[in-house]
Unconditional design. Structure first.
Length: 548
């Protein structure tokens, strides 16, 4: 009797949810769908809306639901007069959402009532079942199993439903009260599961909104999951790739045959900087800066983040590149025009130094020497600017051939020998024996060594030592120039190869281009260049080139 009482109580509670509230939610959903379809088929959608509205009027069960329903009827009458009135449509949606909210709150309240009923049922069924078991045990051994098993299964199912596990079902196939209860219970659970899964509509709506936002962005964007499957791609990216959306989305990026797509996916930057790419877009060669953003999330209840994919963003920097080319061409033109008058100044100074031109006094000699130093400095600056402009415009000509690394080191040390002697600096060469030739432009590579040695002399104290090391390193030859100067602060170490950069506090006698040009020369030959330094302990500049 106790079990039957609580079973029918739960059945009544769940039946009220299904009849009073779920049907209203179903009517509301149909009205929303027909409201959205009015722009396509007005007559059919209006008829469907009116049918569901009548059903809703006949199914008013909650407090204030009748007021909101009357407002809905009034607004629908206005809409039938003017079907294009978006303001009325918005009010109708608000009325429908208000009705849905009232019924969803009622479902929660009734669900809580059913849960409390279930908890009470668990207690009383357990107590009464135990007493019955003790009494019946002396009468019939098998009887407790026939009674207790259905109750146990029902209790477990009730707990599962109370915990929102709506996939739970009660399997009573007998044509009795338990069978009817199981049928009603399973129907209620199925309806609740259907409503619970209707949240997919909200998720789909949010997905559409996100896709619209991405498509309205002016930068090409491609999204990948952690397996390399293309999740989304906006219209700007499709425009430059030249493929259709259905040919890309949902497929593994590595299986796509488009060369540009392969370049975007496979060529990832390992140095943390954005890559610059030249792509033919908008009927001209355009420049894009590629950035790969790694997307990570922290799952609920966990401490560690996991990778869920990448987003590739291409920023159009064509305008900036064009300005940079204009700047480079201007610098090249000015530098080229300056070289001729500076060379004339040097020639005039050489004529002044000859006695055949006339005897000059000591003060005049000092002035001539000062002008000579300044003109050489200007000539060096213009030469570096010309070299840089050639590198940036791609006009630099490299004479790649077999080159002897020993000869390069000898040439570089002889070139700076006089500078080293002026500061009484000892140049020590430590070279491994039987090093192979390297594949390089001997002149440009020697220029880099001379630049390294010149900087080492400039920042080394008098009577110190500079070491030039030459050794084999994994099918490459490593050139290293080590000084005992003041070293480089860790804040500036990554910037020393940038154009025009000079370390704060250093003697700013140059242009800040020497190391930048050196980097371009070495990387143009397929080599690597770098620096190791500690503040107060000196620096070691190095580069590697492939052995032949």
């Amino acid at each position: 009797m106790v079990s039957a009482f609580y079973i029918f109580s739960i059945k009544k509670d769940t039946g009220n949810i299904l009849k009073a509230n779920y049907n209203t939610l179903e009517y509301s959903r149909n009205m929303l769908l027909s409201l959205d379809e009015m722009a396509i088929n007005e007559n059919k959608a209006t008829a469907v809306f009116e049918i569901n509205l009548k059903k809703q009027v006949a199914n008013i069960t909650e407090v204030d639901e009748d007021i909101v329903t009357k407002k809905l009827e009034s607004n629908f009458d206005l809409l039938k007069k003017n079907s294009n009135n978006e303001k009325v449509k918005a009010q109708i949606r608000e009325n429908i959402f208000a009705i849905m909210k009232l019924n969803m709150e009622a479902i929660k309240i009734k669900s809580d009532i059913a849960k409390r009923t279930a908890e009470t049922a668990n207690l009383w069924i357990a107590v009464v079942g135990t007493l019955c078991f003790l009494i019946a045990f002396n009468l019939l051994v098998n009887l407790p199993n026939n009674i207790a098993n259905p109750i146990k299964e029902l209790t477990e199912s009730i707990k599962q439903i109370a915990n929102k596990n709506y996939s739970e079902r009660v399997h009573f196939w007998h044509h009795n009260e338990f069978g009817d209860l199981a049928k009603s219970f399973n129907t209620m659970a199925e309806k609740l599961q259907e409503y619970h899964n209707s949240n997919l509509y909200k998720l789909l709506f949010e997905k559409k909104r996100l896709e619209t936002l991405i498509n309205n962005m002016h930068d090409p964007i491609i999204g990948l999951d952690n397996q390399g499957i293309v999740l989304f791609i906006n219209d700007e990216a499709l425009k430059i790739i030249g493929m259709k959306k259905d040919e890309i989305v949902g497929k593994a990026a590595t299986t796509l045959t488009n060369d540009l797509m392969q370049s975007l996916i496979l060529n990832k930057s390992d140095n943390g900087k954005a890559d610059t790419m030249k792509i033919f877009a908008d009927a001209k060669e355009s420049y894009f800066e590629k950035e790969i953003v790694n997307i990570t999330i922290k799952p609920t209840g966990e401490d560690e983040t996991i990778d869920i994919g990448n987003v590739i963003i291409l920023r159009n920097i064509t305008a900036f590149k064009e300005l940079d080319f204009a700047k480079t061409n201007f610098i090249a033109t000015v530098s080229h025009e300056l070289k001729t008058p500076i060379s004339s100044i040097k020639m005039s100074l050489q004529l002044l130094e000859k006695e055949t031109t006339g005897i000059i006094n000591e003060e005049q000699k000092y002035l001539v020497e000062s002008i000579k130093e300044d003109s050489e400095r200007l000539l060096k600056i213009t030469g570096e600017l010309l070299e840089l402009s050639q590198v940036e415009t791609g006009n630099i000509q490299l004479n790649i051939e077999k080159s002897n690394p020993y000869e390069m080191v000898h040439y570089a040390t002889e070139a700076i020998k006089m500078q080293a002697e002026q500061k009484q600096i000892e140049i020590v060469v430590e070279a491994d024996e039987n090093l192979p030739n390297i594949k390089a432009d001997g002149e440009k590579t020697a220029w880099v060594l001379v630049n390294f040695l010149t900087n080492a002399i400039r920042y080394s104290s008098e009577k110190s030592k500079i070491t030039v090391k030459l050794k084999s390193d994994n099918h490459q030859v490593l050139f290293t120039v080590i000084d005992k100067g003041k070293g480089i602060d860790i804040r500036y170490r990554s910037k020393v190869f940038d154009k025009y950069f000079q370390i704060p506090g250093s003697h700013k006698t140059g242009t800040g281009l020497g190391l930048a040009i050196s980097k371009e020369f070495i990387e143009a030959q397929g080599g690597t260049i770098g620096v190791e330094s500690e503040l107060g302990l000196g620096s070691a500049f190095y580069f590697k080139l492939a052995a032949v």
